[in-house]
Design a protein around this ligand. Structure first.
Ligand code: ZN
Length: 472
């Protein structure tokens, strides 16, 4: 082509470039074309209790729920790779997943849908404005954390029974909805989570600590139809869902974020996955307006990630679910517990009574905890690590630094939410997440110093198992 020809066609090329740029920034679907032949299916169900119920998260509440700000949801996303390997993610807007619920779901899902346990992930948003869901565990002692009456315990157990049935139907619906899809991963940031471990007079209290570690990443998994229409968005954030502490059912910032994303993308389902926010709080808090603002900030993070060209996620899906045995520190002796049972603090007293009853019933206090960890890897593109309990941010930061060969997404509050999972640093510092919060459970006390290394070495072993042979 001669120089003259270039000049003649210059306006045409400029127009073409402008059109291409316009398309790239506004009309392109979230996922590029070249990738695995995926299928995906989504389903949602309202899980707001139909009657007033005692609420979870704050033992100091004086009465049951009084209405709702908006509904609480359970949502399921099913995925199937080219080989027909399926994986189902279920998110619930509740304080946690009780272990008996996880165990029941595993069995049912395997029997009905032939989905093995390692390919089922349950994650709770940890909203503190949902119903109590784990009094079953305490009711055997007749000594409940929230001081519930037998009728209230019965009501909570009934709710959990119904919930389990709803979740099972939900998973069935998501699997029935499986249709060709394109999967992509992108990430952005949101800044309202702040470290909540402030050092005061030689101890740690729950108060904003602007200098403490945080994880402001907003990981986003987008699911498009083959035509490029957004069908579902999974997004995460590492922060307690505790803007509010009132007596109305509410999904807190994560509930608002999902609402805003679904409003902006009619027909798409937004699913929130709680990250390692054990030691992170949303600040400022305790005003509904702040709750909406945090929801908006998180939704903005998701929109930013969606506006980037998401990296295609390829298969195959490889999943591993394992148990790490975590040791507790030496439990208190009978005499010490008998002393503690006289305490004026009702939670210290209750904790001592619960442990003394365990000693009476079984002859000893449990020394270990069977800790559930799950790794789901999507080809070489994304490693999703799902950890049980209220995991502190140190784990997410370490895993992201140590797994270098794919994008890394770390979820906490998965499969069994039983109490805090401190890092060695936090265990040694002490305070609420270090061991203080154990008095609100039926577990004996802080974990042993081996906690972090046990979990981390198990996770690395598991990630290795999910790597394709060529990438090892
Ligand atoms: Zn918590």
């Amino acid at each position: 082509m001669s120089r003259n020809a270039v000049n003649i066609h210059k306006p045409f090329w400029m127009l073409l470039c402008a059109v291409a740029l316009f398309c790239c920034t506004t009309w392109l679907p979230c996922v590029g074309a070249e990738q695995t032949q995926w299928k995906a299916g989504v389903a949602s169900v309202v899980i707001t209790p139909e009657e007033p119920m005692w609420m979870a998260g704050y033992a100091a509440r004086k009465g049951p729920s009084e209405g709702k700000i908006h509904d609480l949801w359970a949502k399921a996303l099913a995925m199937e790779d080219e080989q027909g390997t399926r994986f189902v993610l279920v998110t619930v807007e509740l304080i946690g997943i009780p272990r008996p619920t996880r165990d029941w779901m595993e069995k049912q899902v395997e029997a009905r849908f032939k989905l093995p346990p390692e390919r089922l992930l349950l994650n709770a948003s940890h909203t503190h404005c949902g119903p109590v869901v784990r009094e079953t565990r305490y009711s055997i002692y007749g000594n409940t954390l929230y001081g519930l009456s037998p009728e209230q315990i019965e009501q909570s157990n009934r709710y959990v029974d119904d919930l389990q049935k709803k979740l099972l139907l939900l998973i069935g619906q998501a699997l029935e909805d499986l249709a060709p899809a394109r999967l992509g991963y992108a990430h952005a940031r949101a800044g309202f989570a702040m470290n909540r471990r402030a050092r005061t007079e030689g101890n740690y209290s729950i108060s904003p600590n602007p200098d403490g570690p945080v994880d402001h990443e907003v990981p986003v998994f987008c699911i498009d139809s083959p035509e490029g229409k957004l069908r579902a968005v999974v997004f995460g954030y590492a922060c307690h869902c505790t803007t509010m502490s009132f007596n109305q059912f509410c999904g807190d910032y994560a509930g608002f974020a999902q609402e805003y994303i679904e409003q902006a993308h009619p027909g798409a389902t937004a699913l929130f996955v709680a990250g390692c926010g054990g030691d992170q709080n949303p600040y400022p808090r305790r005003e509904l307006e702040y709750c909406r603002q945090h929801g908006r900030a998180l939704a903005n993070g998701v929109e930013t990630a969606l506006s980037l060209r998401a990296r295609p996620v390829r298969g195959p899906i490889k999943a591993v679910l394992e148990t790490v045995t975590l040791d507790f520190a030496e439990p208190p002796g009978r005499r010490q517990l008998e002393e503690q049972a006289k305490s004026k603090d009702k939670y210290d007293r209750r904790h001592a009574e619960v442990l003394l009853e365990e000693l009476e019933r079984t002859g000893e206090i449990r020394k270990t905890y069977p800790y559930l960890v799950q790794v789901v890897r999507f080809g070489d593109d994304l490693t999703l690590v799902a950890m049980a309990g209220e995991v502190v941010v140190d784990y997410a930061l370490r895993l992201k630094a140590e797994i270098a060969d794919s994008a890394v997404w770390v979820a906490g509050y998965s499969n069994d939410v039983f109490g805090y999972v401190p890092s060695l640093r936090i265990l040694q510092e002490g305070g609420y997440e270090g061991g203080g919060a154990m008095r609100y459970t039926d577990l004996p006390g802080p974990f042993a110093p081996s906690v972090e290394e046990r979990i981390m070495s198990k996770l690395h072993e598991m990630v290795d198992k999910t790597r394709a042979p060529a990438s090892k």
